[in-house]
Design a protein around this ligand. Structure first.
Ligand SMILES: CC(C)(COP(=O)(O)OP(=O)(O)OC[C@H]1O[C@@H](n2cnc3c(N)ncnc32)[C@H](O)[C@@H]1OP(=O)(O)O)[C@@H](O)C(=O)NCCC(=O)NCCS
Length: 178
């Protein structure tokens, strides 16, 4: 993918090694929100900038993986990544994870990132099924995934214990892309 502007003056493009620090900053801040990912803030195992750069370089060399970022006025404000499996019987599928910085949510950036990821997957014929898991409490993410054609295939009931009295299901969703 080369990249292109959308209506919000937001550039959607493939990741580059120089994005390492910005991506780490986004993930630190989202983990500290404490609402959307499995690890709680004190369990965060963050990569160093060098490790993140190496990870990006590996992704760029691997046609089963990609990472796409959203940039506004030169600042990386969101990303989506796709990872698939090296085992033959799982290599036709893979899963995505995505995040947009808090101040930039609900502006369509997530939608543009996910559309770009699905375009990328369609252009890689060995990828047939794109999967993801989302907390049942994360209505914004669920509505985005449904709008782009993801379907719930099942859920792990009370998979996440949020506090003494509150649980979330792990909703498993998929989309066929070929
Ligand atoms: C989930 C996330 C990536 C979506 O990105 P985004 O840029 O905010 O998404 P968009 O603006 O493209 O779309 C959000 C959609 O949710 C809708 N929405 C917002 N709040 C909502 C709510 N409380 N309930 C239902 N829908 C909601 C918006 O209306 C919009 O839908 P529309 O396009 O049909 O109007 C982003 O919010 C984020 O990073 N959240 C924190 C991390 C996270 O949850 N990651 C996903 C883990 S599985």
């Amino acid at each position: 993918m080369t990249g292109g502007m959308n209506h919000q003056n937001c550039l959607i493009r493939t990741v580059k090694p120089g994005d390492a620090e910005a991506l780490l900053a986004i993930s630190t801040s989202i983990i500290s929100e404490g609402a959307y990912f499995i690890r709680v803030p004190e369990e965060s195992e963050e990569m160093s900038p060098d490790q993140q750069r190496e990870h990006i370089q590996k992704v760029l060399k691997n046609d089963r993986e990609t990472m796409i970022v959203a940039e506004i006025d030169g600042e990386v404000v969101g990303s989506v990544d796709f990872r698939s499996h090296h085992l033959k019987r799982l290599a036709h599928t893979g899963s995505i994870s995505m995040s947009v910085s808090e101040n930039y949510r609900n502006m369509g950036i997530g939608k543009n990132l996910l559309k770009a990821l699905l375009d990328w997957a369609e252009q890689h014929p060995h990828i047939e099924k794109v999967s993801l898991g989302v907390f049942s409490t994360n209505q914004r993410a669920i509505s985005l995934y449904k709008r782009l054609g993801f379907i719930e295939e099942g859920r792990k009931i009370k998979e996440f214990k949020l506090d003494d009295n509150h649980y979330a299901d792990d909703i498993l969703m998929y989309k066929f892309v070929q």
